[in-house]
Each structure stands twice: as C-alpha cells, then as structure tokens.
Write a protein that binds this ligand. Structure first.
Ligand code: ADP
Ligand code: MG
Length: 460
C-alpha cells in the first residue's frame, strides 16, 4: 500500500468506526492518524493518551471486527500508539484556538461596550463620518467637524454648525460623537436635543423638597463631560431661565477647555429672542455653514444609498431623483426610500419611468441652467448658443455673465458645474458672479434685468 492508498483505506475504516462506535468516542477517533499497515497490523497514532487507553479498553474488539471486514483479513487488528510529539502539537493548537477565542471575546466585549456607550450618549448609529458624503457645500463644515473630533481640546470652541433643515447638521454633529467614542473611549460624550435640555431643566427646577439636589444632578449631568453636542439651539429662544442656565453650563465647560458643539438652523443674530450674552458666546469659536448640495453631491448621496442597501437601479433613475430634490437631503433620501419601497412591494425594477411615475415631480419645478440661460438670452436678445459658445461681443458677454450669476443664485450649484455648462473654467463662473455682485451696487438697470428675468422664470 502506498501512502495515498493507506490514507484512503484508513478513511474508510474511520468512517465505519464513526458509524458504529458511540458518539462520545468520536473526538478520540478523529484524533487518530494512520501511520502504517503491515502484516495485518494497522498502526494509528494519537496525541491524546486517554484516547488510546479508552479505545483500547472498551472498544478494541469492535474496532478489530470492523477492520477485519474492510481488510478482508481474519487476522487484521488495530494498534493504537500514543505519540508525545503529536500531543505537544495538539497542545499548541489548543492554546492557539483558546487565544483566538479569548481575543474574539475581547473584541466582542469591546464592540458591546462601544454600542452601549454610543447608545447612552444618545447617538444614531447611521450618523458617522463614513456615511457622510462630502461636497463643495459641506466640505468646510465637514473638515471642521473632523478636526474637532480628532482634537476635542477646545481649539474651535464652540464649533457652531448652522444651515437649513435637512442638510446634515445633526449627522455631522453626531459623527463627532461616534468618532470620539471609537477613537478616544475615555472621553465622555453627551448629545442632547435643545428641547430635551429645556425639559430636563424645567423638571429639575420644579420647587419640590429636593429641588436643590435635583439641580445639582442636572448640573453634573451637563458639565461632568468632555464633549457636549447641543442640537437645534434656536429652540431655546425666549426661554429666559433655561438660557441663563445654559450660559452657566457653557461657561463651566468652556473654562475647563471641554469641547462644545452646537447646531442651529440660523446664525445667532437671526435667533430673535436670545440674550446677547448667549449669542456672543456662540460666535466666539468657529462658525460653519451647511448649504444645499450641488447635483454631483446629491447624485453621490443617492448612489451611496442604493449601494449601501444593495439596491440595483437604472442610473437615469438616480439622476432624476438627484435633479428633482435639490434643497434638502432629508427629502432627497425620502424620495429614494419611497421609490425603493414601492419597487420592492410591487416587485418592479427601479427604472427612470418608475421613478417618474411615483415621484410625479413637475418637470418645470426645478430651474435648469438651460432655462435660466434661455430666458436671459431672450432678455438680451441674443442667441443661447452664443452664450454657451465663445462669442465675445459686449451683449453676449453681459448676458453670459448674468446667466452665470443667476445659475449660482437660483440653483446653488457649484461654480465648477456652472463653469462646465458654459464651457468655461470654474474661476470664470466665480469671477462673473463677483462682477455682477459689484455692479449691482451701482447699476440700476442690472437690478431691473434680474427682476424681469426672475419674473419670467417665475421665481421671486
Ligand atoms: P439637519 O440636522 O440639518 O436637519 P440631518 O443631519 O438630520 O439634517 O440630515 C437629514 C438626513 O440627510 C439624514 O438622514 C442624514 O444622514 C442625511 N444627510 C445629510 N447630509 C448628508 C451627506 N452629506 N451625506 C449623506 N447623508 C446626508
Ligand atoms: Mg437636525
């Protein structure tokens, strides 16, 4: 018998042994390795002394019978040998497995702790930097948030993130929290919505027997931390007492060099009823704005949504969604969710036709560069193709400059995209925008032109 034949022969015997012997013996049978078959004696080696002793004592006869029938040799028998080297090998392997198991357990424990910390810090697991698509509209805010997350030492304190609803303020703010908990787990993070802070303050200051104790608890809760994330601060307006308390919370944290991050749907001076004291505190750090994303970023956001949820779509379908939901990322996500839910319930593929059917966007609802340029060309009595082309006469140049300005003002698209549409560099679009802004200070007829073009575009 050569080696391969020997192994096959042993596999057959082993299979039969497993089939006939009680289950409790199986691990020992599996520990046996064949080493030779000579003159009817099949030698098998084990690294477990108990395997050898037990099998020999209780199952030798049964094992021999099985071997005899397979080998068709009345004198055949199994000889089990204990091998010290094999034993050492086994010991090593067991240790390796134990170590791996211990490591896995530690990792699992760490993840559990992390999840616990994240949920006790009141964070939504989706709102991480990894899930935030960076575009021209949010790059500065994103970079500032990341800098604070990496170094929450109060260098930009407070970080004040502002912008309209649905543009990612809460997302960015919570991303700072997740980042800190993951990379700097010793730091204590607290996320609080402003209305929760207000309610908490009101219930802590109710005059009961232990109101002093309650107040001290409240103070500890909001100052015994390293990073505080306060969402939607505009809601504090006209709550006089809460504002005073917040000012104290702010000062305590600020003096200790603890990081404060605040979001708001507007700049402090536009929150009518907040105290000057609070407003100036909000402005003393770094203020960053989130504006609506341009088309490219919107497309990236919906593409990522599709990818993360394993949803296959026609590319045109995603483009259509990105084109039609331009002001608010929450609505953009909502549109995508509506389409994908409908497609799933009705077992339909996500095609452009399906998206149009479900979202029923009025096509004229969104202003396109085309439309703006057409109407502007019409106003100046020049040809649209000349505006997009290279013609340089005065009238066309004026119309081109104003078109670029209006594209920026009315769609909030990036100068890059605007430049591309006009076959010009991004700096040309930027320059045009600056020029019109300057000219508006002195040229009355320009303001009239804008008013009339806007009227024709049906925007105010
Ligand atoms: P806000 O707090 O400004 O009202 P949110 O942070 O709640 O807005 O964002 C609304 C939704 O849009 C969230 O689901 C968020 O994850 C998503 N979102 C906003 N901006 C982005 C972005 N740049 N990349 C990915 N998702 C975003
Ligand atoms: Mg929010």
């Amino acid at each position: 018998m050569n080696n391969i034949e020997l192994k096959r022969f042993w596999e057959k015997v082993k299979e039969e042994l497993i089939g006939c012997l009680p289950e409790s013996t199986h691990p020992w049978i599996y520990s046996l390795e064949v080493s030779g078959y000579d003159k009817g004696i099949l030698t098998v080696v084990t690294g477990q002394i108990i395997a050898k002793d037990w099998l020999k004592k209780h199952h030798a006869e049964q094992m021999n019978t099985i071997l005899k029938s397979i080998a068709k040799d009345e004198n055949a028998r199994i000889h089990i040998v204990y091998d010290e080297n094999a034993a050492k090998q086994i010991k090593k392997e067991i240790e390796k497995i134990r170590k791996k198991e211990a490591e896995a357990q530690l990792k699992e424990q760490a993840m559990e702790n992390l999840n616990y910390m994240q949920s006790s810090a009141n964070l939504n697991l989706k709102y991480k930097f990894e899930n935030f698509v960076v575009g021209e509209n949010n790059k500065f805010a994103h970079d500032a948030a990341l800098a604070v997350a990496k170094n929450p030492n109060g260098k930009f304190n407070p970080l004040f993130i502002y912008g309209n609803a649905g543009l990612g303020k809460t997302h960015l703010m919570q991303a700072i929290g997740h980042y800190t908990i993951f990379n700097n787990p010793k730091l204590k993070v607290k996320y609080t919505k402003t209305d929760d802070y207000i309610n908490d303050f009101i219930s802590s200051s109710r005059t009961t027997n232990n109101s002093v104790e309650n107040m001290s608890k409240f103070n500890k809760k909001y100052t015994n931390i390293d990073i505080i994330l306060i969402d939607d601060i505009q809601l504090i307006e006209s709550k006089e007492k809460t504002m005073k308390r917040l000012q104290q919370t702010f000062d305590t944290l600020h003096q200790k060099g603890k990081q404060i991050v605040i979001t708001s749907d507007r700049v402090p001076e536009d929150i009518p009823q907040i105290t000057e004291a609070l407003s100036s505190r909000f402005k003393c750090g770094l203020m960053v704005e989130l504006t609506p994303p341009d088309f490219k970023t919107r497309l990236e956001i919906v593409t990522k949504l599709a990818k993360d949820n394993d949803i296959i779509t026609e590319p045109e379908a995603l483009k259509y969604i990105a084109e039609n939901f331009s002001k608010n990322v929450r609505e953009l996500e909502g549109a995508f969710t509506k389409v994908s839910a409908f497609a799933e319930f009705n077992n339909r593929a996500i095609t452009l036709d399906l998206v149009k059917e479900i979202l029923k966007c009025k096509e004229n609802n969104t202003l396109s560069f085309d439309k703006i340029t057409d109407i502007t060309a019409n106003y100046y009595n020049v040809d649209t193709n000349d505006i997009i082309g290279t013609a340089r006469n005065q009238k066309v140049s004026a119309a081109r400059q104003l078109s670029m300005y209006l594209c920026r003002e009315l769609t909030n698209e990036s100068f890059e995209n605007i430049g591309e549409f006009f076959n010009k560099k991004h700096s040309t679009a930027l320059y045009a925008h600056e020029q019109i802004k300057l000219k508006l200070n002195t040229q009355k007829d320009l303001a009239n032109a804008i008013r009339e073009i806007k009227q024709a575009l049906k925007v105010n």
